[in-house]
Write a protein that binds this ligand. Structure first.
Ligand code: SMG
Ligand code: MG
Length: 394
């Protein structure tokens, strides 16, 4: 679909790349088993491209967090690896013209750093799509549903760990009132069974509910986690360490609730292996975590072929990342609601002019040319804390 041979997109020459850091306070602290986020320090990749003499901008959001606590990547490291290792590898091709489908191969000799690579690929793809006047959803064929109506996707919300059950219930009730069709609770030892029981009691048996441990448990916690089976959860996300594929496979035998991997899945090959080993009954697909939207599509395709349900995860993105996630999540294998909540779930004001909104529990797939958003330049400038510019071609 998006290989360079049959792509409807033309390569773009890239003159320079601007690496912008922005400071975005969260509307409320977001606590997970690995820490608390109160403000995001986000790296935005802005490619300044040219197609047949016409200037085109392309934007990509790097999902690396401020500290290497979700995964090994972190925002300062992502920026350094872009400047010192990734962007120089694009320099030769940049003056001829780059196709997003070739970025992965051009950057392959650098080990790891999928979030940094994925942000560059997204910015190139955004520029190519804008040049073609085409939306990412149109490229994917997800702009309309089977009846030709604008596509929409169900919206789930991720709820942080709360100090008390009472506070958690107040927060969850607020999201139910906002119309979210699925609740995900962050859990950790000490904030799990009782919290999930109280939320299930609050929302009743029919609202889809799932939990995310962000690697907080150990192999020996199988019987403890099996207590969650009574709450009819959609899935348990990433209970064990990122590297512990065998542990997840054993847990999948011990616990009835399906085991879903997030942090462990960083490539299509690794996902196929985890599925084969019985460690991944459901897959959380995050384009940033796997090196970009194109690898995310490959993972979707292989999961669909193997009958493994997938859903689209979130990394507390701004409207840049969220818009593209919404277009991706309308692909047919995404049979579970994603962490694609409204922009206002995390941000008082977004850096795009058309932030994601949730209506009747759904998000309309954006069809703006490019990855699905337009930048609010004055507001982006006002939250920018630094700009590093790298010249790629004359
Ligand atoms: O973007 O809505 C969102 C947050 C979804 O819970 C979420 N993400 O492990 O799935 C996850 C976390 C990673 C980021 S936590 C700061
Ligand atoms: Mg997760």
């Amino acid at each position: 679909m998006i290989s360079s041979n049959d792509s409807p997109l033309k390569p773009v020459r890239i003159e320079q790349v601007e690496l912008r850091r922005i400071a975005m306070p969260l509307v409320s602290p977001f606590r997970t088993s690995f820490g608390v986020e109160t403000d995001r320090d986000i790296l935005i990749v802005h490619v300044e491209a040219d197609l047949d003499g016409v200037a085109i901008d392309g934007w990509g959001e790097c999902v690396a967090l401020g500290e290497p606590t979700y995964s090994a990547e972190y925002v300062n490291g992502a920026q350094r690896v872009m400047v010192e290792h990734l962007l120089p590898r694009l320099a030769d091709a940049a003056s001829e013209g780059i196709d997003a489908a070739d970025v992965g191969e051009l950057l392959r000799s650098v080990h790891g750093h999928p979030m940094a690579k994925g942000a560059i690929e997204a910015a190139v793809l955004d520029a190519q799509l804008r040049a073609a006047g085409m939306s990412f959803a149109e490229l994917l064929g997800t702009d309309t549903d089977t009846k030709g109506r604008p596509s929409r996707i169900p919206s789930g919300v991720s709820v942080g760990i709360h100090d008390t059950v009472e506070a958690l219930l107040t927060t969850v009730q607020g999201y139910i009132d906002d119309g979210y069709v699925r609740i995900k609770l962050k859990i950790e030892p000490g904030s799990d069974i009782e919290h999930v029981a109280a939320v299930r009691d609050l929302i009743g048996p029919d609202v889809p509910l799932q939990v995310d441990a962000n690697t907080a448990y150990r192999r020996t916690d199988g019987q403890h986690l099996a207590q969650l089976d009574q709450f009819d959860l959609l899935l348990i996300e990433q209970p064990l360490a990122e590297e512990d594929i065998v542990g997840h496979a054993r847990l999948a035998d011990e616990v009835e609730t399906p085991i879903c991997l997030d942090e462990s899945l960083v490539s299509a090959e690794g996902t196929a292996d985890a599925i084969e080993l019985g460690a991944c009954e459901i897959a959380n697909i995050k384009p940033g975590r796997v090196g970009g939207y194109l690898e995310a599509i490959r993972i979707h395709d292989l999961c669909l072929a193997r009958g493994v349900p997938v859903w689209c995860g979130g990394m507390v993105e701004t409207g840049i990342g969220r818009a593209a996630n919404a277009a991706l999540a309308a692909l047919p294998g995404f049979t579970l609601p994603g962490d694609i909540s409204a922009s206002t779930r995390f941000y008082a004001r977004d850096i795009v002019t058309d932030p994601i909104t949730v209506v009747d529990g759904h998000v309309t797939v954006p069809t703006t040319p490019g990855m699905g958003f337009d930048i609010d330049r004055p507001f982006l400038d006002s939250v920018t804390t630094s700009v590093e510019t790298i010249h790629l071609s004359p």
